[in-house]
Design a protein. Structure first.
Length: 281
């Protein structure tokens, strides 16, 4: 049977797929729009599978805070090209993903991927690229706690912070500080044992090979090792990093002045840690 322009338009409005893809899908199911949507989704999944080996290192980070449910989500969704990452359709996909995650609160990445697979299949049909839900985190605030959020460079970097209480403009400023400083830990006490052990091994070797320290007693050398390790590790700790609005103050000092504690932070930068092919760098 023939399909009408109105049917094609209705399917395209519902899915964002191209005109010819919509026409072919409608012809397969005798003009049934609901069945045609399923056909497009299946093709989207197949198309995504065919692109599985391609690198998706561009994309967008986004944060959504739900004051009513006292939860917030931060996500990174990847695509293949910067051109697509700036498109309205891709932004719509990311918006849809954060809504689903905040509503369903999946416990694992696999669960999140399963919940959003239809949205990604439709996006692949509409935009023709590989899309990946790379990571996400959902944080729940207890009574009295508050969130701070900030996105930089149109969503290329985002930070979500959980604070012990609402500090008004302070909330966003703390998230901005996390974006600017890129800390790995809240405090020196939060550094994992294996990280400290690795740095201790490096510092011990440096001290042992330093001719200026050769005559120092072993206990003094041990103290120097500890100081060297603490210096290296503290540079990655938020509490001793500079405040975004006053580099002469540390985050810990500003928190104390405002009577606020940073309980948790999450910072995502698009594509960090993804190895691109040499031709793409």
């Amino acid at each position: 049977m023939a399909v009408t322009i109105d049917q094609i338009k209705a399917l395209r409005d519902r899915t964002g797929a191209g005109i010819m893809d919509c026409k072919k899908a409608l012809l397969e199911v005798d003009g049934d729009i609901e069945k045609a949507i399923d056909v497009l989704r299946e093709k989207g999944i197949a198309k995504a599978a065919s692109k599985a080996g391609r690198v998706a290192a561009e994309g967008l980070t986004q944060i959504k805070i739900c004051d009513k449910c006292h939860k917030a989500v931060i996500v990174e969704v990847n695509c293949e090209t910067d051109f697509v990452s700036s498109s309205d359709k891709f932004h719509d996909l990311v918006n849809q993903v954060v809504e689903i995650l905040l509503d369903k609160c999946p416990a694992t990445l696999d669960g999140a991927i399963a919940l959003t697979k239809d949205a990604f299949a439709e996006a692949t049909i509409a935009m023709g690229e590989k899309f990946v839900l790379r990571r996400y985190e959902i944080i729940e605030a207890k009574e009295g706690e508050a969130f701070g959020a900030y996105s930089h460079m149109q969503g290329k970097i985002s930070a979500l912070v959980l604070l012990s209480k609402d500090g008004g403009d302070f909330n966003k400023a703390m998230a901005m500080t996390v974006v600017a400083n890129n800390p790995s830990y809240l405090t020196i006490a939060d550094v994992p044992t294996e990280v400290r052990e690795r740095e201790t091994k490096i510092a011990t070797t440096e001290v042992a090979e330093d001719p200026k320290l050769a005559s120092k007693p072993e206990n003094i050398k041990a103290q120097i090792v500890v100081r060297k390790v603490d210096k290296v590790l503290s540079s990655a700790c938020l509490d001793v990093q500079p405040w975004v609005y006053d580099e002469n103050k540390t985050v810990a000092q500003v928190c104390k002045e405002n009577g606020i504690e940073v309980l948790k932070f999450v910072r995502y930068a698009v594509g960090e840690g993804i190895e691109k092919p040499a031709s793409e760098e």
